[in-house]
Design a protein around this ligand. Structure first.
Ligand code: BDP
Length: 701
């Protein structure tokens, strides 16, 4: 039985006997050279990993050429004989090689790197090869991350609540830190390092300035010490008004000399305690957060203020582009682009703009953010949401790497065909020095970290894509299933298929055909397309679907908000033209009549009903597939996933019924015959209230 705590690092004994014997004879001893904390971490991991997988005691000893050996060593410390067989040439600091090497009649596997952290990554990769039952015969791997900053963003508050967290409380126990080091901190670091995540922002973007006070910095320092051997840097969110709130200044104006000095001093204080501190993440002038605009200054002024303070220590500012204003009546989707574009090229070298994958807000499906195709002179990092605020919380199975892959593969056409978002993110399109990817974390104190056992796959997949944004979601699913559950193809193949389709299922039963942001208000749990009474227009679902007796959808073409003009001409044309606009984006960009004919010949109204129904049916299929997997999964996790899939089905039906009944009040048309009739009335769905739905803070009540 597994409660899922070990994640993908559960190191179950290799089940295939022939393979087990092969591994045992290939790995008779381990040569591990070095004494650093990272080496100790590697040693522990090998003890655990090889110990578990091979079910043997791991023998560490000096290389003597007498047996088949696993050599784990930085290039400079390799036994002389191996230096001609492998090379560290071309490796970056975090890179590594893994290679089978024949020497004096013995067969060895060499894991080597330039630096400690590369060796750690190489070790995890090597263990992954064993976990996925790969052959050791002819390994020849060279790996380097394609993206520099690979961070999790924790939206964790100091009271341990987690904004948009659905897996328990924050794993940071601020009360018992710095003296009590929870084993979870170490296991968190191991899990992240195993997929190459090299940074963590431990506090919420809706920031609390107290984290920057000595009392809390002591605690952050303790976490940084746990993470350091695993190559993970700590970052903090910087509340823009901190100079006032904890510094006793009258202003937080970024051009004020006192404010400038305050940030310099604060930054120095942090680096004195945490020499490898990563830097600051800032949400400014967005959703009520303070920022430079409170003083008539720009985002540029704000970002450069912090960049100056961090510069002497090589720290970076991750400045968020998630801004929209209640005073700006233009389409919310257009606002970030308009705000930041004029500043392209003016930010300090250590500023990177953190841009959400789409221009609205982590919806089940969004077209890529137009900023990715428009700022050649400013480093842009991707912000994905791993926690499922808009994809069913921790009760729905929706494999997010599929969504991430879709964005990364999108073509911005900034330099003609092939200018994918992945190339913007890894910096290769414009030779940018700084690159990054952030994922809003889905972990909490639940025993299995993520609530839903399959939520672990989203964390895993985020890390793998941050390392290499060109990986396929399908390969990631394959890998994760083998590591987490079983290598049996009879299990892997059907479940992989289920994972790959799961994201589209959620789109279908929540937001088909380009609908978006029709969630119930505040907590975002369940449908609320009828909500239209919130003070800020762009917080209302009616703002986004614009249903009326004529039709439905948001016209973002020239006849509407013209948000499409923010894309390259090829992209604009593709989305504008109804012939070429993919139907999954239809209502994102167009307001269309209810009887508009879809590609399948059905009316838009019928098509919506069919999509909602398809989503429900897909969940039924998932339930069937999972049921058949009983022989391959331990009872505990099998039962857990079964229960969750049943919740997902109930909620998928709820979405279908509530949305179709509501939209019917405008279309005045019958439901398509293939759609199952709603279970309740529209009034019933509207009456549902969830004041204690998880993941909200009082601000949203
Ligand atoms: C929205 C969330 C809100 C976050 C905000 C953000 O509902 O809780 O604070 O994004 O990213 O999606 O800043």
């Amino acid at each position: 039985m597994s409660n899922g705590y070990e994640l993908w690092l559960n190191y179950q004994k290799v089940t295939d006997d022939a393979l087990l014997n092969q591994y045992r004879s290939s790995l008779q001893t381990v040569y591990l050279e070095g004494e650093s904390d990272t080496h100790l971490a590697i040693k522990k991991e090998l003890q655990m990993g090889l110990g578990g997988l091979l079910d043997t005691e791991v023998v560490f000893q000096k290389y003597n050429g007498l047996g088949n050996t696993l050599i784990v060593s930085k290039y400079k410390d390799l036994p002389q004989d191996f230096k001609t067989i492998v090379t560290a040439e071309g490796l970056t600091e975090e890179g590594y090689i893994i290679k089978t090497a024949q020497l004096n009649g013995k067969s060895h596997v060499v894991v080597s790197s330039k630096e400690d952290v590369g060796l750690l990554y190489g070790t995890f990769h090597f263990l992954r090869l064993l976990q996925t039952h790969s052959s050791l015969a002819n390994i020849d791997i060279m790996e380097m991350p394609k993206v520099n900053i690979r961070v999790l963003n924790h939206w964790d508050n100091l009271d341990r609540s987690v904004e948009r967290g659905y897996a328990g409380f924050s794993i940071w126990n601020w009360h018992t830190l710095p003296n009590y080091i929870d084993q979870r901190y170490i296991d968190y670091a191991r899990a992240n390092a195993s997929v190459g995540i090299n940074g963590t922002v431990v506090t919420n973007v809706n920031a609390n300035a107290l984290i920057l006070t000595p009392h809390y910095l002591e605690k952050v320092k303790a976490l940084a010490e746990v993470f350091r051997p695993y190559g993970i840097k700590v970052y903090l969110t910087a509340r823009f008004s901190a100079p006032i709130e904890i510094g006793g200044l009258e202003t937080a104006d970024p051009l004020d000399a006192g404010v400038i000095q305050w940030w310099k001093d604060k930054t120095k204080e942090i680096y004195t305690m945490i020499p490898d501190f990563g830097g600051f993440l800032v949400k400014a002038n967005s959703e009520g957060q303070p920022g430079p605009q409170n003083y008539g200054r720009s985002h540029l002024d704000g970002a450069n203020l912090l960049a100056d303070a961090l510069e002497p220590y090589d720290g970076v500012v991750m400045w968020r582009a998630f801004v929209y204003s209640e005073h700006d009546p233009t389409d919310r989707a257009k606002q970030a682009y308009s705000e930041f574009l004029p500043e392209d090229g003016k930010f300090k070298d250590n500023v990177i703009l953190q841009v959400k994958n789409g221009a609205i807000d982590f919806q089940p499906r969004e077209p890529f953010h137009p900023m990715f195709g428009a700022m050649p002179n400013t480093p842009l990092m991707m912000e994905f949401q791993i926690t499922k605020e808009y994809l069913g919380f921790a009760t729905h199975l929706a494999f997010l790497p599929k969504l991430f892959e879709e964005t990364l593969k999108s073509d911005t056409y900034r330099k003609g065909k092939g200018a994918t978002v992945a190339k913007v993110i890894d910096g290769s399109l414009d030779n940018k020095k700084l690159s990054g990817m952030a994922g809003v974390s889905n972990v909490g104190t639940d025993i299995n970290w993520t609530g839903h056992p399959f939520g672990q796959a989203d964390w895993y997949g985020f890390g793998r894509l941050a390392w290499d944004p060109y990986l396929s979601a399908e390969d990631i699913a394959d890998e994760w299933l083998r590591l987490t559950f079983s290598n049996d193809d009879k299990f892997v193949e059907p479940v992989k298929k289920m994972m790959i389709e799961s994201r589209e299922a959620v789109v279908n039963y929540m937001n088909p055909l380009g609908l978006h942001h029709i969630f119930d208000t505040g907590h975002h749990y369940g449908p609320g397309p009828w909500v239209g009474n919130l003070s800020r227009p762009e917080w209302n679902p009616v703002y986004y679907h614009k249903a009326d007796t004529e039709g439905i959808g948001f016209d973002r073409t020239k006849t509407g908000s013209n948000a499409l003009s923010q894309y390259a001409p090829e992209v604009e044309e593709m989305f504008t033209n109804l012939e070429t606009c993919p139907e999954e984006y239809l209502l994102w960009f167009h307001h269309l009549p209810w009887d508009y004919t879809l590609k399948n010949g059905r009316t838009l109204w019928e098509g919506m009903g069919l999509k909602y129904q398809e989503g429900v049916d897909q969940v039924r299929d998932m339930i069937k597939i999972w049921k058949a997997m009983e022989p391959y999964v331990d009872e505990f996790r099998h039962h857990q996933v079964s229960m969750l899939l049943n919740i997902q089905l109930k909620e998928a039906i709820w979405w279908k019924d509530a949305c179709m009944l509501y939209f019917q009040t405008f279309s005045k048309m019958d439901f398509p015959k293939e759609m199952e009739a709603p279970e309740h009335t529209l009034e019933y769905y509207k009456s549902l209230k969830f004041p204690y739905a998880p993941g909200i803070r009082p601000r949203w009540d």
